[in-house]
Design a protein. Sequence first.
Length: 78
Amino acid sequence: MFRVQPNAVYLRLAEWPHHRIGSSIRFSRADIEAIKEMRDRAPGPVMRARSTRIGTERTKARNRAYNLRNGLKERPLP
């Protein structure tokens, strides 16, 4: 439902609203909606382009492929 690994749920229990019944963890519909809102408001990770200015040609090609795959643009030369 959350599209995360089960271990990630356990790591985020301190942040997420939930109910404990014995040793079980339960989420009500209101809890799930609150978690979705928290996820939508959270900023995504900041990714930076890998520099292709130095290194071997193989490293430059690998960095260009990484940047293309992740939709990143290399910084212009100063």
